[in-house]
Every structure is written in C-alpha cells, then in structure tokens.
Write a protein that binds this ligand. Sequence first.
Ligand code: HEM
Length: 459
Amino acid sequence: MATRPVVEVRPFPVTRRRARPDSTSDPVMNKSRRAVTARRLPWYPRSDEGRTVDESSRSGPVSPPAGPLYTPLHPDTLQDPYRAFRLLRENDPVHWHAELDSWVLTRYEDCVAVLRDAQRFRSDFRSIGEEVPQSALSVQMLDPPEHAAIRHLLVGAVREQRFGGLRTEIRELVRSRLAEASTGGTFDFVERVARPVALRTICRVLGVDEPGGAEFEAMSNAIVRSMDGGLDGSRLEPGARARAELSELLAAWAGRPAPGTFIDRVMRRRERYGVPAPLVINSLRAMLHAGYESASRLLGNAVSALVADPQAGAKALHAGVPDAAIDELVRFDPPVQADARVCATDCGLGGRRLARGSVVTVLIGAANHDPAVFTDPGRLLPDRSANPHLGFGKGVHACLGAQLARVEMAAVLGALAQYDDRGLALRPAGDPVREPTATLRGLSRLPVRLEAGAAGGEQ
Ligand code: HEM
C-alpha cells in the first residue's frame, strides 16, 4: 500500500523511517516495532466464509492472532481483507503498523474524523517538512487553502460536463461491449467490459483519444503497483517513472487541446484561478488514472459481488432506487481501500496519542464494514437505506469522479437488468483472479457467461 493521499499514490507507500509517534510512551507501538514483515503471515487462516458472511451474527470478539494483525499483501488478505479489518477493529482499532510506519485505522468513527479534518490531518507532506517532488503535486496532495483553487477549477469543469449525452453514450457502450463479449460464451468481464468502458469514458470526459496499447497499460499498472510501495519498495521507482511518462502525455494533450473539451476549458481558465500549468497537468493525470483504474476496478468488484450472490444481484438490478444499489456495491467492496494523511500537530485519536508527523492510514474498506455503522456489514444489501460509506472519500478531497463512476455503474446495472428481463443472467464461469495490489483492490480476471435463468436464480 501507499502512504501518500493520492488517487495515483495512495496510502501504503509509507517508507519513511523518521520519528513518528511517541514511541517511548506507547507500548503498543514499541511492541509492534518488533512485528514481522508483510510476507511472513502464517497465522492467517484462509477464510472459508466467503465475501457475504454476516459479520454481525458471529458471537463474541475474534481472538487476536499471535502474528501481525495486518499484512496487506499476503494472498489471503488480498483475497479477503475484511476479516483482517475485523480483527484489527476488535483488537486494536488505532493500530501502530511498524512496517507501514503508520497508524492504521479501522473504525468508521476514526476514519471519518480524519478525512473531515484537513487542518490536523494533512494530505500535503510538505506541511511536516518533507520534500515532495514537483511531479507528485496534484489536487490530491494539497491542503486548504492552496487546494481550493485547483479543486474549484476542476469541479467547475466537471459540473459543466453534459452528463445527459454522456450517460446515453456510456449506456450504449456497455450494451454493445456486453453483447459482443457474450456471443462467444464465456468471457472475461474485466478485459472485455470493465476496462474498455472505464477508459473510453474518462477519455470522452477529458476530450482525448484513448491511449490504449501495451505501453499505456504498463504505465498505468506501474502507478497502481507503486501505491503499495511502502510494503514493497521495488514498486516505487517504476511508479515514479510511469507518472513522469503519463504527465508527458497529458502535457502534450494540454498543449494542443481540442476546442471546448474539458482539458481545453481548464487550461484556458487556470490563470484566472492562479493555478500553475504543471499542477493542472498532474491533476489531469490523476483524473485519467483514477477514471481508468478506480472505475474499472469498481465495475469488476461490483459485478463479481453480484454474480457471487444471485439473490442480492437480482435485487440490485431491479432496485427501485438504483443509487442505493450503487452505493451498496461501492460500500461492499470499494476499489480504493486506503488513504493516508499526516498529523500536522500532536493529536488524540481513538484514545491514543499521535505525534506530529505521524502518518495515518485510513482503511476505507474497514470503515465500510464497521458494524457500529452498518448492520450486517458483510452482506450485500442493495436496498440498504442509510449508507454513509467512505468509498468515494469524505471532506475536501472527496472524489471528483463519483458522479461519473455512478453513471458507469448505472449503465452496467441497466444493461444486466435488460438481460434479466429477457431471462438471461450473468453467471460465474471460473474463479476470479485478484490483482496483487492492496491500496487499489480489483480483479485482473472475472470469467462469466450469460445463461438462461433470472438473476435471482429462481427459474
Ligand atoms: C470515474 C472516474 C474518477 C475520477 C476522474 C476520479 C478522480 C478523483 C480525484 C481527482 C480525486 C482527488 C480530489 C481532491 O483531492 O480534491 C479523487 C479522490 C478520491 N476518489 Fe476518485 N475518481 C474517479 C473514480 C473513483 C472511484 C470509482 C472511486 C471508488 C469507488 C474513487 C474513490 C476516490 C476516493 C476515496 C478519493 C479520496 C482521496 C483522498 O481523500 O485523498 N474514485 N478522485
């Protein structure tokens, strides 16, 4: 995982080894300094309970394991991080993670408190005297008041987007990709639908041609992998190179934007907002990357959850309030699992004392499964009424692309509902393959096929 609060460089890249929390007065931290590393994880039992387990119905607290409470890159944790989150939440909700060099939060209450308080919990690591390379500075990395200008510039341009036309276009695209993919029988939903739909959509929004090709894929993937650089240092350098290359591509587009496009609008207005060109370009890069990687992972995770639980799937497809079903899918298995902030002052959180300069990792996936806020958190309930999930973040850095992601999700649910009306349902056709990344959670393969039978599996 990264430790930078960025769509591109997120929470588990904590690799700094500087004075962090008050180590002398914190026995938990001192103890965990002796903790084993991420790849040594024998205590962790493989979960046989699946992803729809009713966590709240289990009796009593889970016993803490003898080893580390959280090893994000272990295959079992990648498969089912929610079990590890539960252990952490029940045993040490504000947990010092020595390898990440960071506090790790699993209670909703603590996570939301951090995301909402941009004064004490900063995104810009320069506020504690760290050097941040120019190439890493984007809308995500800044704090108020500096953050406001670039945020307003981008939000204004997003608001002007004609979502009506785009919605129709995305709906058509999803329908045609699904129809084409399913004619051959079994297909990979990630490769044939989720990724092409997400890439086409964000490129249409920005007003650029789809980059496509192996080179772009490799660049984008290197950035995703580098978000876990705090756990695997070998991922950092390729990620930094990939970001520089992607910025070059954005700079080329921004140098000659097609008139009237999103990029054209923000480049023309940036001086009025007092935003330097490199900051705009890096922020556009973050949008392109999130629009592709976060959105495609959301589509893959969501469809995986739907086909794994046909009853809930049927409900989601015919939900009276599609937004409720979309929110539930985002809550249930969010692609952005973690986010990071740095303490600008000494502060108290969940009964612990965090020293200035401490990194705080907000585990979004854990907060979204906190039984104190969500009844039956391990169950996919498409008609869940109150759903204040953190899947799109919270506070000043809340996701800029949330509306777009919702449009893509609605298009997929709508297309599947149409199949369902004709007695066809998407069914699993093999084991999904999980990506070996923790900050961004997603699938590299989701084999499915369209079969006769309603989505609820009752015919
Ligand atoms: C669909 C296209 C998307 C675009 C263009 C996009 C873009 C962005 C941008 C630019 C930010 C930074 C905002 C700021 O710092 O002021 C952001 C934040 C965020 N995005 Fe998205 N995003 C997209 C999709 C998603 C999806 C699908 C998810 C997860 C379901 C997601 C989750 C988040 C989260 C959790 C944050 C907060 C980061 C933080 O607190 O530092 N995004 N997004």
